[in-house]
Design a protein around this ligand. Structure first.
Ligand code: NAP
Length: 498
């Protein structure tokens, strides 16, 4: 096993009574964070299992043209690793991946990552998890932190004839860079954030772009100006400026967006709606095209799309907005229900992800022999999105029903990791041998969460990946400050200390 020792002193200044062996699953943004924070807190024996051959998670897997983060980069970055060198306010994906690599290298994370090791099963007995990966038994771990991501199981649509297409076809998260787009007839299915970014990025190259829209999207304008060399130098020379920028962006992101979407009556949400509507009206001159692009639901009901180039792209002479429903895919292209065959050379499935997987498909078996699959039979839940009753010493980063979509997931993971470290400390200092969320606490949290979700914009009349199988938004339905507050320290009455 590849592990590393940390010389960092313990936060509480006392000798630990127990040295813990910790496994982290996944070396994406959250897994990198977990390794760094565990080792900083004095836990030396940390192993990170990563199924792929590289770190980065989402940013490793998504390499489609135009990929960028729509959360400002200086917020979508670790608080302990500010980056003065971001080239834009909203960085391209490659730059984020480079940033993650750099942070991992700077903090010695690579020493403890086992690449190409997919965790297959983990089972709990005698106060430890036995972890088995594709290459076999990895031994027992006192604690497992699942940092397995949210949007990473591509959803391939169930469209008749998908396999019969004679051109090239791939999902946006499995972009085939060997496929030539220049001058060719490209079809993109979907109008989510991904499809919108792809459309803006490829329109200059392709012969014709047909965008298959099932549902129009509200689009926030985005002025993604480069950050000039002078400003970057200033950030480098004066870290306070960078810190102030981050604080400003955090505050305005929370006030103007994250807090707005959880209150469907808020003035901030009304402002978002007005901005999106004005954007559409200002950018799309043809009334018929504008009508086709106008959603019949409230802005931000679906995950809000931000783009500065989509409306321009879709009005180009080589762009076609197809609003007829797809009937089937044929060898030569996509046939819509009106009988038209849209002839294509390439089809991109920008059709989103299965969002209810979390640590699965890892087979997780708790102390009583119950599987996570059984525990989540009616949908994934976890106390505060972190801990699952019946599964001691297993903690999730960016787990079910947490703050997704309307927050910086890096900020979220950092706050969650702080909370998890409090629990881990109880294991280390001997307060408990095992810790699990109490079932009654988890149920009470879930009841309150579901109730609050009814006041969000996500239930105001649209279909989106936020909604679970019961139509309830699978997300944190409160303001960001509440999340910060509850993450400060665990309320131990919600846990069984075993
Ligand atoms: P998505 O938001 O789930 O969008 C999927 C699109 O595919 C929707 O337009 C959907 O239509 C359409 N679709 C699915 N099945 C279809 C079918 N059978 N026929 C026709 N259309 C179909 O997926 P995404 O765009 O990949 O984005 C997922 C999430 O990733 C985003 O919401 C965001 O959180 C994240 N993301 C973030 C960024 C960023 O900049 N930070 C960029 C990309 C993605 P309906 O709307 O009708 O269902």
């Amino acid at each position: 096993m590849c592990s590393a020792r940390s010389d960092t002193p313990l936060g509480h200044g006392l000798e630990p009574t127990r040295s813990l062996r910790v496994a982290v699953i996944g070396a994406g943004m959250a897994g990198i964070l977990a390794v760094i924070r565990l080792r900083e807190s004095g836990i030396a024996d940390v192993t990170c299992f990563e199924k792929a051959e590289d770190l980065g998670g989402t940013w490793r897997e998504n390499t489609y043209p135009g990929i960028a983060c729509d959360v400002p980069s200086h917020v979508y970055s670790y608080s302990f690793a500010p980056n003065p060198d971001f080239s834009r306010m909203f960085s391209p994906g490659e730059e984020i991946q480079d940033y993650l690599r750099q942070v991992a290298a700077d903090h010695g994370v690579l020493d403890v990552v086992r690449f190409g090791e997919e965790v297959v099963t983990m089972s709990y007995a005698d106060r430890a998890w036995s972890v088995v990966t594709t290459s076999g038994d990895q031994g027992r771990f006192d604690v497992v932190i699942a940092a397995t991501g949210v949007l990473h199981h591509p959803r391939v649509p169930d469209i008749d004839g998908l396999d019969t297409f004679e051109g090239e076809i791939f999902h946006s998260a499995r972009w085939d860079h060997d496929v030539e787009l220049a001058g060719r007839r490209v079809g993109v299915i979907g109008t989510g954030s991904t499809a919108v970014q792809i459309t803006g990025a490829v329109i200059d190259d392709v012969g014709r772009l047909s965008l298959f829209q099932r549902t129009p999207q509200w689009i926030m304008p985005l002025d993604n100006q480069p950050i000039g060399a002078e400003q970057r130098t200033a950030f480098r020379e004066d870290p306070d400026r960078l810190r102030e920028l981050r604080e400003f962006l955090e505050r305005s992101f929370a006030e103007n967006f994250a807090d707005a979407v959880v209150d469907s009556e808020s003035a901030a949400l009304a402002k978002i709606e007005a901005t999106c509507r004005a954007h559409l009206e200002a950018q799309v001159s043809d009334p018929e095209l504008r009508r086709l692009l106008t959603p019949d639901y409230r802005a931000a009901c679906k995950r809000l799309v931000v783009s500065g180039d989509f409306y321009d792209a879709i009005q180009r002479p080589n762009a076609v907005l197809v609003t007829e429903s797809i009937d089937r895919i044929e060898p030569g292209g996509i046939r819509t229900v009106d009988g038209t065959l849209h002839e294509l050379d390439v089809i991109v499935l920008a059709t989103g992800f299965h969002v209810d997987r979390f640590v699965r498909p890892v087979e997780v078996v708790g102390p009583e022999g119950h599987s996570l699959e059984e525990a989540w039979a009616s949908g994934p839940t976890a106390y505060l999105s972190i801990a699952i009753p019946g599964f001691p010493n297993l903690f999730l980063l960016n787990g079910p029903n947490g703050p997704v979509g309307n927050f910086s997931l890096i900020q979220v993971a950092e706050l969650q990791m702080g909370y998890i470290l409090h629990l881990v400390e109880l294991l280390r200092d001997g307060t408990a041998a095992a810790i699990a969320a109490r079932a009654d606490a988890a149920a009470a949290f879930e009841l309150e969460r579901v109730d609050a979700a009814q006041r969000t914009v996500w239930v105001t009349g649209c279909n989106s990946w936020y909604l679970d199988a019961h139509g309830v938004p699978a997300a944190w339905p409160w303001k960001f400050q509440r999340f910060r507050d509850v993450m400060t320290a665990p309320d131990l009455s919600a846990f069984e200390l075993l």
